[in-house]
Design a protein. Structure first.
Lengths: 275, 275
DNA sequence: TAAACACCCTGCCCTAAGGGCAGAGTCAAG
DNA sequence: CTTGACTCTGCCCTTAGGGCAGGGTGTTTA
């Protein structure tokens, strides 16, 4: 019977006045009466029911627009189900995301506590696009460092064809476990479409990687093992698992062994361990 | 050595150009060189390291401003720790929130599947402020419905003092378990400061409730049990526990038993069950 | 050498759900 | 009739960029 003015109603419903005005504007909760002269909004107690429904849906994470659809466009039960299911999947996804955030920050915190500095290596997760038209040699070589000769071979091949590399050189290590010798290695250089291969030197496309853990290393190759240590540690600690050969990208590099300005990116394809 | 233009660098770092410009503007990642004539931004590979750190911190949920503090205002390890701890607590909180959302939506989804409608009662969680200056009678009464006589007693007392109620009437049920008879009940009416009490009728302040599950019932008191059923069910299903006496607020009510326009709010103080 | 094309710059408007404020009008009590 | 408490609309603000317009650059090709 009685009409409530907006602030009285907002107290009843524990919502801010500003929110009520917004819900009115978006068509979620129109006041029972609006004075045409003064534009004052007057609500009835019965509307608390609707307000509660709005708040309940909001507490599930639905947007005002979605709530409007549910409340106004009176959908079929199937449509409601579909909508809620989509949202449910979204929420599950967000939970996983949140757990990852928490794990990452906890690891960082631990590092700061123990070492009193931020970690030297920042591992990030990302996706890697496929890379088309790369020159590749794959071979079992006696030791990691020998990949240099494979790369020189590629560079020489390029020089013969008067072509330039189109991107940084890289190598791919196909052994999943760590090996000191007889390493299954692949040397890579991105080239333009015009370049041709040979029996030994193939033209191929590097597959995309859905999710990699990546780290940037600055300094000579002799200290790369620190970066490897950090990334492997991170992967284990974060509940991931290596799912394929890892890549080493020489963003800034060359033939010298000890250049402190070299920059290398390490990429390990990973997936969440299913517990 | 080589400088990269913004889009080349953005490809290296897997970040959008727009983001790089933003990071520049916010002082997170200033290009190695900016041409003073053209304002072109030129980056060096070494800066990937810093970019990775930014992305890593972002992946933990820190805001750009916080990242800026961590990177630029070189804080003491203690300050870093404090900052990360705050964020960690925030993330934990968000996780709990997310789990609640998910539970709620799952319950709704189940209801839609089984009944092909949205639930009739929308339970929401909220905080309740303390209510000062209320008139109260507490007594053991033979049955729920007898609370009406207590309320009439309060209303009569008000009338004697020529005063008006300042808000809706309510009752509080102090028995935590369900009882059919000999119920420990309290009748409540909010009044202005001027009103005085008696031996039997006390003036008191209702305590705040940190977290209540609340539901709005529309219809006669005889159907209130449906609302009770719904809210109790919700509380159990959502992993909460009733922690105190529940309140019944007669937002729109009166002495008749069967008025379909009555509106009543039920409030149960709750807390998350510690598993 | 000029045009074509790819790239870069700044600046403006947009997002979701309101919060804060200004200026003007309205309601209820004394 | 005045005062104080409310209410109205309208504008700007928040995050982390996305999208676009208009104008300037850099490199390559005819």
């Amino acid at each position: 019977m009685a009409f409530y003015k907006i602030s009285a109603f907002s107290r009843l419903g524990q919502v801010s006045v500003k929110a009520l005005r917004l819900y009115d504007q978006r068509g979620l909760l129109t006041p029972a009466r609006v004075d045409p002269e003064t534009s004052y909004r007057y609500y009835k107690v019965e509307q608390l029911h609707r307000l509660h429904r709005i708040l309940a849906l909001k507490a599930m994470g639905l947007s005002l627009e979605q709530i409007g659809q549910l409340l106004n466009d009176n959908l079929s039960p199937e449509q409601m189900q579909a909508m809620l299911k989509v949202k449910q999947a979204e929420l599950k996804q967000q939970l996983v995301e949140g757990q990852r955030r928490l794990q990452t920050i906890t690891a960082h915190l631990k590092h700061v506590k123990e070492e009193h500095t931020m970690p030297n290596y920042d591992v990030i997760l990302k996706a890697v696009e496929p890379v088309s038209h790369v020159l590749s040699i794959r071979e079992t070589i006696p030791a990691y460092t020998a990949v240099g000769t494979l790369l020189t071979e590629l560079v020489d091949h390029l020089a013969q064809q008067q072509a330039q590399p189109q991107g940084p050189a890289a190598s791919i290590w196909h052994d999943i476990e760590y090996k000191e010798q007889d390493v299954d290695a692949e040397a890579i250089i991105v080239v333009s479409n015009a370049v041709t291969g040979t029996d030994r030197i193939q033209i191929k496309t590097l597959p995309a990687l859905e999710q990699v853990a990546a780290v940037i290393h600055r300094g000579p190759y002799s200290t790369l093992n620190q970066a490897y240590g950090a990334i492997i540690h991170w992967i284990e600690e974060s509940g991931f698992q290596v799912t394929g050969p890892n890549r080493e990208i020489y963003l800034q590099g060359g033939a010298e062994q000890d250049n402190v300005n070299y920059v290398t990116e390490l990429q390990f394809p990973v997936a969440k361990v299913v517990a």
